[in-house]
Design a protein. Structure first.
Length: 197
């Protein structure tokens, strides 16, 4: 299985984004030194795609497949793509506050700690639908790891399209998110333009 092992702060710096979107609350003291180079239109489109891939932890082929799915859905391809990325199981676990970072959320799903509607699912890219109940399995709730996560995520704000309870480590997806409800600094229209070439 391919894994992106790029150092988070270094990648955030090169993409010009804040590490907090990945759940990392460190700041890099270094500055990115680029000699006043003008970025081409293609360069801007590519950077937006790389940003989205890096934030959600998706590699090129699955990302391309998601884009093709988004195009076939009714509505605009850009917001559809963002909605499909947001409905990935690892992202839902992160958004509900059951993990400190997106990478940790992915690991929690991989290690079979997550139940979707009572069934164990260990596929991070599994698409969650509106009305699905997500919870950490009973055996895992007593682990020290989750006590630390709950402590670290106290005061965590859950998006309006889902509800979660940190005490019982369970939550429900109320509806599919609209683009306005997704607070990710990605300009999806540039991604659509890139793939439409």
């Amino acid at each position: 299985m391919a894994v992106d092992r790029t150092p988070v702060l270094k990648r955030c710096r090169s993409l010009g984004m804040e590490p907090m979107y990945l759940g990392v609350n460190k700041k890099s003291k270094r500055k990115l030194n680029r000699a006043n180079r003008k970025v081409s239109e293609y360069g801007m489109q590519l950077r937006e795609k790389q940003k989205a891939k890096f934030i959600y932890g998706v590699l090129e082929k699955p990302f391309r497949n998601l884009f093709e799915k988004a195009q076939k859905m009714p509505g605009l391809a850009g917001p559809n793509l963002m909605m499909l990325l947001e409905l990935r199981l690892d992202n839902i676990v992160f958004r509900m506050g059951f993990a400190r970072t997106r990478r940790e959320a992915r690991q929690i799903v991989d290690h079979k700690h997550v139940l979707v509607n009572g069934k164990c699912v260990n596929i991070p890219s599994y698409r969650v639908e509106a009305g699905d109940k997500i919870e950490i399995r009973e055996k895992s709730k007593s682990l020290q790891r989750y006590k630390d996560i709950v402590e670290a995520n106290t005061g965590h704000t859950t998006p309006s399209w889902m509800e979660s309870d940190l005490e019982s480590l369970s939550g429900t997806v109320l509806e599919r998110p609209l683009r306005e409800q997704i607070d990710v600094p990605v300009n999806e229209t540039l991604i659509v333009e890139l793939y439409s070439k």
